[in-house]
Design a protein around this ligand. Structure first.
Ligand code: HEM
Ligand SMILES: [Mg+2]
Length: 267
């Protein structure tokens, strides 16, 4: 009797899942799971977060413009124009010509989008796997001395990592474009996980993104009710640049983050 119920139960499950486009054992979108063997990840903590939650393909592969837009919308409520300015250069990291998609591990390729002086990854000179690096990340955390990251401490962390990399890595390289992109990454995590107006984000949310590659929902975060725009990203990034202690860097950034991102299209 028991086994009969079991067989019937499995039969019903099989029918239900066969009518859905996803695999029978696929986790629902939004549910977090660590990547499995063969699934690829990137040097970008937030793309990894979105893949771990199934907003991006869990295998990290074949990400199209449409897939990216939907993932950013559903996972973070980012505007399509925000998604596109980050997606368009990423396709160029695909090692095959004329592609319209990229895999997360394509982003590991050094000095395309991936650059030295990262907050949570060692420079490619030491480790080109681009996996999370505790030593580097602990250095970053020393710049966050309070419960809240603001534009000033975020800028200090960004510059601090650039300076220590440039002092220690004999092959250190970061041009102005990559420099401005790196400030854009900082603007992006504050915008997506924190508050645009004040330019602040609770540190514990930033830590969950980097350390667990998980959305900080259990810490009280939820995606914004209004979509975050590319214009907000540029504005917030500029405020971070304006808050660095290095006038020479601010001068180099004259064109602003927008110019940096756009220049990348011509590489
Ligand atoms: C299609 C969209 C995106 C692409 C292609 C992308 C790509 C990348 C790449 C290649 C890096 C590595 C740079 C490096 O540190 O060497 C990176 C870093 C980073 N990205 Fe993304 N990203 C995207 C969207 C986002 C979004 C939406 C956020 C946040 C809301 C974000 C946050 C970050 C952060 C904080 C880093 C710095 C990591 C570190 O310094 O260790 N990214 N991204
Ligand atoms: Mg890097």
């Amino acid at each position: 009797m028991h086994s009969r119920i079991l067989v019937l139960g499995l039969g019903a499950l099989g029918t239900a899942s066969a009518s859905r486009p996803c695999a029978p054992h696929a986790l629902p979108e939004g549910t977090w799971a660590a990547p499995k063997e063969g699934e690829v990840r990137s040097p970008c903590p937030m793309l990894n977060v979105l893949a771990n939650h199934g907003f991006l393909p869990r295998d990290g592969k074949n990400i199209s413009k449409t897939i990216a837009r939907a993932a950013f919308k559903d996972g973070l409520n980012l505007d399509p124009d925000f998604s596109d300015i980050m997606f368009d250069p990423a396709v160029l990291t695909n090692p095959y010509p004329n592609q319209t998609t990229f895999d997360l591990d394509h982003l590991n390729r050094h000095n395309l989008l991936e650059h030295d002086g990262s907050l949570s990854r060692a420079d490619a000179y030491w480790d080109d796997s681009q996996v999370f690096n505790t030593t580097v990340y602990e250095e970053t955390l020393t710049y966050f001395q309070t419960d809240t990251v603001d534009v000033k401490s975020a800028a200090a962390a960004r510059m601090g990592r650039v300076l220590s990399s440039s002092r220690t890595n004999p092959e250190y390289y970061l041009n102005a474009t990559a420099e401005s992109i790196s400030f854009g990454e900082t603007g992006a995590y504050i915008l997506a996980l924190g508050d645009f107006e004040t330019g602040t984000v609770p540190l514990e949310r930033v830590r969950m993104m980097f350390e667990e590659e998980r959305l900080p929902t259990e810490l009280g975060w939820s995606k914004g009710t209004e979509a975050a725009t590319a214009a907000q990203l540029f504005n917030l990034t500029q405020r971070i640049i304006d808050n660095t202690e290095f006038p020479a860097l601010r001068a180099r950034m004259n064109g602003g983050i927008h110019a940096g991102v756009m220049a990348k299209h011509h590489h």
